[in-house]
Design a protein around this ligand. Structure first.
Ligand code: FAD
Ligand code: NAD
Length: 471
């Protein structure tokens, strides 16, 4: 066999974590290779996650709005029809454009791209099972593992991505199911549940906990969005667990009961979406060949510089600690390269925003009320409803509120929680404020253009240290 080529850095996985690390490494002048097995770059996020789901969320929202929310605006439309095939094509156009764009950026930044599956042969060598057939190997002075995550399966249900689906099936259904049951009322459940509900499915979300939205969402915000999604037609069964499922028939039958024990009930669905979380993916990586282990949740263990116990092997993104978010993976990628080239790097894990792209959107950064209470922090709260914001009123889109949590004594911002139109864009200002250690008064005394939704942000800040003007 030919001796393996030597690189400064080999990256296993070409998802957001891996491809950003590769581009950054190229920019820093490192000789870098990136190995990706799926045939396209961008990982879960670009291929089957963030991007396709947002395409469907955007277009299903438009469809739903044209159906239900035009007359009062003075727009009379004729026959409105769904062309699901075309909606899926529009999604694929966005996905393909973006994944090809990364291939272009790889070339521009001198990243060598191996299409295939990587596995450790030894601590410096990665064997690559090439997609086109055959094998090769590549040696790295440094190696980054960025192999991402996969959907957590539900015991007793077999995923066929048609009748029992994960998010991957939910972005590719060929027809609108009459009845859909979603197991898990977290971000995926609510985003994909919204898509199919808007397109005409009867959607019921079964959630084990007493609130929807998954980890981190503030309880008040969760209640607020649940009410709005309810008005849009989604049904919720909270504090409810699925005890067993039967997918052998035409439809899927789920036995559910109150989480704390209680009356059992059978739910019948044409399609069941399993959305109970994701778990790190490290299968077939050959970790046993180098003596690396995962923790009890499948995560690769690292120190504050992303190093495993083998210091030249680092781990970033979904397959290690922290929230499973694309922008978190991206921050870690840049920091990990900086640790390699400059010996420093930094990610502020307290200032990573979360966004749920329902309508209205939900977005937050920093801590929520329950977390502050648990830590015994004395805090104050300021809120401002979009129903009192001029732009939201002109847009006839007034559901939701902005909520600030600040230190009771110093006024320093501790958390910002928004449910409302464009919350996902608005949270960028909140994240910057948190990152800069701003007080609510800093925000409240900053001029915000009129009439904008962002004025609700300013006024919620004003309501925290003093009084809002318009409410
Ligand atoms: P991944 O994107 O999973 O990439 C890992 C890559 O490694 C994969 O392409 C895989 O094929 C490859 N790989 C694995 N093993 C090997 C191997 N041995 N050899 C070669 N290649 C290998 N996050 C957000 O921030 N915003 C969103 O709106 C959002 N929406 C989402 C919607 C859905 C439906 C889902 C499922 C996720 C969403 N996420 C979102 C989460 C986001 O997709 C992940 O946090 C992000 O993709 C993590 O990036 P990663 O690079 O760590 O892992
Ligand atoms: P999640 O952790 O957000 O939510 C899972 C939900 O399922 C939780 O509310 C949990 O209580 C519930 N649950 C768990 N087991 C259950 C059971 N047996 N029965 C009923 N309910 C149960 O996970 P997810 O929605 O699957 O998303 C996975 C990951 O993908 C998350 O880390 C999320 O951040 C990421 N993601 C992010 C975005 C975004 O940023 N917009 C979009 C999609 C996915």
């Amino acid at each position: 066999a030919t001796p393996a080529e030597e690189k400064d850095l080999v990256i296993i996985g070409g998802g957001v974590a891996g491809y950003v690390a590769a581009i950054k490494a190229g920019q820093e002048g490192l000789k870098v290779a990136c190995i990706e097995k799926r045939g396209a770059l961008g990982g879960t996020c670009l291929n089957v996650g963030c991007i396709p789901s947002k395409s469907l969320l955007n277009n299903s929202h438009l469809y739903h709005q044209i159906l239900h929310d035009t007359k009062n605006r003075g727009i009379e439309v004729g026959d409105v029809k769904l062309n699901l095939e075309q909606m899926m094509k529009a999604k694929e156009t966005s996905v393909n454009g973006l994944t090809k764009g990364i291939e272009f950026l790889f070339k521009k930044n001198n990243v060598e791209y191996f299409k295939g599956t990587g596995a450790f042969a030894d601590e410096h060598t990665v064997a690559v099972n090439l997609a086109e057939g055959g094998e090769t190997s590549v040696r790295g002075k440094n190696i980054i593992i960025a192999t991402g995550s996969e959907s957590t399966p539900f015991p007793g249900l077999t995923i066929d991505e048609k009748k029992v689906i994960t998010s991957t099936g939910a972005i590719a259904l060929k027809e609108v199911p009459k009845k859909m049951v979603v197991i898990g009322g977290g971000i995926i459940g609510l985003e994909m549940g919204s898509v199919w509900s808007r397109l005409g499915s009867e959607v019921t979300v079964v959630e084990f906990l007493g609130q929807i939205g998954g980890p981190g969402m503030d309880a008040e915000i969760s209640k607020n969005i649940q009410k709005t999604l309810g008005k849009q037609g989604m049904k919720f069964k909270l504090n409810t667990k699925v005890t067993s499922g039967d997918d052998s028939g035409e439809t899927v039958k789920l036995e559910v009961e109150a989480a704390k024990g209680g009356k059992a009930e059978t739910l019948d669905a044409d399609v069941v979406l399993v959305a109970i979380g994701r778990r790190p993916y490290t299968q077939g990586l050959g970790l046993e060949n180098i003596g690396l282990e995962t923790d009890n949740r499948g995560r690769l263990v690292i120190d504050s510089e992303y190093r495993t116990k083998i210091p030249h092997i680092r781990v970033i993104g979904d397959c290690t600690f922290g929230p499973m978010l694309a922008h978190k993976a991206e921050e870690e990628a840049v920091a990990a390269i900086e640790f390699i080239t400059k010996n420093y790097g930094h990610v502020n894990y307290n200032a990573i925003p979360s966004v749920m792209y329902t309508h209205p959107e939900v977005a937050w950064v920093g801590q929520n009320e329950a977390e502050l209470k648990e830590q015994g922090v004395k805090y104050k709260v300021g809120t401002f409803p979009f129903s009192a914001n001029s732009r939201a009123k002109t847009n006839l889109d007034t559901d939701g509120l902005v909520k600030f949590l600040a230190d009771a004594e110093t006024d320093r911002i501790l958390g910002i929680h928004i449910v409302g139109p464009n919350a996902g864009e608005m949270i960028a200002e909140g994240t910057l404020a948190l990152e800069y250690g701003a007080s609510t008064e800093d925000v409240g005394r900053t001029s915000h253009a009129h009439p904008t939704l962002a004025e609700a942000f300013k006024e919620a800040a004003m309501a925290t240290y003093g009084k809002a003007i318009h409410y």
